[in-house]
Write a protein that binds this ligand. Structure first.
Ligand code: FPP
Length: 249
């Protein structure tokens, strides 16, 4: 069934509400290639990517997805040219300023995951403010992974747990999956049911490695700025056709 973008304001009728993924994670890949194809600087691709992200957040709100996590900036992304890094920081800051009102209106809770202490102070302030004012919102939980790296997150959790053991607050045998999970940035958030990566790339790129042990993976060939509601619908349809066994038969 081919559904047009204009028909997708509400949850498409062929999708079963009770089988929707509760938590969707997205690797928004292909901004640079999108710009290159148009003879534009890479930065223009990121701008188009942000504009597309706004629609995905609205779409999750319209269709009833409970949690959305997007990979905005990885710990490895500092190796990009200075100008591009600055642009990405500025885009996140601008997004928070411009979208906060709509987030409040739509009851969206904004959260960040990653080592925020290394971000520019003005961005850190904007992040703290947006998290504070949306803290009690009960609609979608929207997580923006910024200066995030999964291995680093796992190491931090190990260090925090080791310290508790050293201080005698915890016995090694008490270290369970649940306890470990509670030391990650995502403590209290259910694992992603579905990971979408755009631009045809098939890698996890150090994203939520512990949390995605059983996530379904959907790769879209669309470049991130072109990934629209039609593509999201395809991803959700594919997800609903999968049989999730979690290691059982
Ligand atoms: C990957 O595309 C994309 C990124 C590294 C950045 C994604 C970030 C945004 C869309 C902006 C985030 C902003 C907010 C508000 C959360 P690429 O540049 O690696 O593309 P390429 O592989 O085609 O070069």
């Amino acid at each position: 069934m081919i559904i047009q973008q204009t028909e997708l304001q509400y949850l498409p009728p062929d999708l079963k509400r009770e089988l929707l993924p509760k938590h969707v994670a997205v690797i928004m890949d292909g901004n640079g290639r999108w710009a290159k194809k148009r003879g534009l600087p890479r930065i223009r691709g990121h701008k188009a990517g942000v504009s597309n992200l706004k629609d995905l957040v609205r779409c999750c709100h319209d269709w009833g997805i409970e949690a959305l996590t997007v990979y905005a900036f990885s710990t490895e992304n500092w190796k990009r040219p200075r100008k591009e890094v600055n642009c990405l920081m500025a885009l996140i800051r601008r997004f928070l300023r411009q979208e906060l009102e709509e987030m409040l209106e739509k009851n969206i809770q904004i959260q960040f995951m990653g080592d925020l202490t290394e971000l520019p102070p003005s961005l850190q302030q904007e992040i703290s403010y947006s998290m504070k004012v949306t803290r009690n919102n009960t609609g979608i939980r929207f997580f923006i992974a910024t200066n995030y790296g999964s291995r680093q997150e796992i190491l931090h959790a190990c260090q925090a747990i080791a310290q508790k053991v050293q201080q005698g607050l915890l016995q090694p045998e008490q270290i369970s999956e649940e306890l470990f999970t509670n030391h990650l940035y995502t403590a209290g958030l259910a694992d992603p049911d579905l990971l979408i990566r755009t631009s045809g790339e098939m890698r996890l790129s150090n994203f939520l490695l512990w949390q995605m042990a059983y996530s379904e993976i959907y790769i879209s060939d669309a470049l991130w700025p072109d990934f629209n509601r039609v593509d999201f619908h395809r991803a959700l349809s594919a997800y609903q056709q999968r049989e999730r066994r979690f290691g059982k038969v």
